[in-house]
Design a protein around this ligand. Structure first.
Ligand SMILES: [Zn+2]
Ligand SMILES: [Zn+2]
Length: 339
């Protein structure tokens, strides 16, 4: 396993230091599995500040929100009875229904709880665990009814900076025989890695990172957490499940994911992050080369202009920028895993 980085230095006169000639560093890092590069920017920058959605929450709740209790069973679509008897899957406050405008062959929305706006500090472990359990139950029905299903994912855009279009907490569940770019890249690269090295990339990653102790964060039950060497965001937490595919997932994994999330939410609150994207990637077929894994990246807007954190480099160059040194982030967040 190789962790390759190149440093580049840029020389210029700095007006903040009386025109002194200085060198400033950029670090280009290559993902040990895919070879894709990311850039570490050594910019102290302004501290992150979360957007406050309290007022917008009051304006959008209740009658105006399709996911609030008065609307959830009348304004959301239903599945055909052949897939889900009664049309919706209900697990306590969690409700699973079809996405009105799907972007996959199978695409459900999981409304997580009754409460319209849940602040990061208000999430509870059962709230998160039950939502992922409900997503799991939906995927179980899909896999049983559609034998072609090969790729599944559970996706969370928390609040508008991350792409969330409704404040009411919800997650998106996708399944299809066709992968997304990310799923295809990981499947191809990990299969190649397995053929070349005769070892599972993800097992090797966890083992190597635990030994190096530079980016390893901690383990919650059967989920091992580490920071990506070549991050896709300003922080990029990877959770590797001790499960290769869908059939090995159990309710226990969701309790462990929920426990992990509460710790990351505390860390995000400490550094001023109030929004995030989470992607949980689930190979459907049993296999030697992959693992179920999850990635969690922070999202935010900045300054008085509400500037987006995604720009031409991320979007068109496909080159993630990272304002935080991964090894420092890993040390800081690891403290929350020792409590
Ligand atoms: Zn609502
Ligand atoms: Zn959404």
């Amino acid at each position: 396993m190789q962790f390759t980085a190149h440093e580049e230095f840029f020389t210029f006169h700095d007006p903040m230091q009386n025109g002194k000639l200085i060198e400033r560093q950029t670090e280009i890092r290559f993902d040990p599995l895919t070879g894709e590069s990311s850039r570490i920017i050594y910019d102290p920058g302004a501290p992150f500040t979360p957007t406050d959605y309290t007022d917008l929450a009051k304006e959008t709740e209740g009658a105006k929100c399709p996911f609030c209790s008065e609307n959830i069973f009348s304004r959301t679509p239903t599945f055909p009875d052949e897939l889900i008897e009664g049309g919706r899957l209900v697990l306590n406050e969690t409700v699973v229904f079809p996405n009105l405008f799907p972007y996959s062959k199978h695409n459900a929305v999981v409304r997580m709880c009754d409460q319209h706006f849940v602040k990061p500090s208000e999430f509870t472990a059962p709230m998160i665990a039950q939502s992922f359990m409900a997503a799991h139950q939906y995927l179980q029905k899909v896999v049983e009814s559609d034998a072609e299903t090969k790729y599944a994912s559970i996706n969370w855009n928390y609040l508008p900076p991350s792409g969330g279009s409704i404040l009411h907490p919800h997650i998106h569940v996708l399944a299809s025989e066709r992968p997304t770019n990310y799923q295809a890249t990981i499947a191809r690269a990990s299969e190649y890695f397995y053929k070349e090295q005769s070892v599972n990339f993800f097992s090797q990653l966890v083992k190597t990172e635990a030994e190096l102790d530079q980016r390893f964060i901690g383990s919650i039950g059967s989920i091992d957490w580490l920071h990506a060497f070549a991050p896709k965001g300003h922080t990029d937490f990877i959770g590797v499940f001790k499960a290769a595919s869908f059939g090995e997932l159990t309710a226990g994994h969701w309790d462990e994911l929920a426990e992990s999330m509460l710790r990351f939410l505390q860390y995000f609150e400490m550094i001023g992050i109030g929004s995030f994207n989470l992607g949980l990637f689930i190979p459907v077929d049993a296999n030697e080369s992959e693992r179920v894994h999850v990635r969690l990246v922070p999202r935010f807007t900045s300054g008085v202009l509400d500037t987006s954190d995604i720009n031409v480099f991320n979007f068109l160059h496909n080159e993630p920028l990272c304002l935080r040194i991964p090894e420092h982030t890993a040390k800081d967040v690891a403290k929350f895993f020792r409590k």
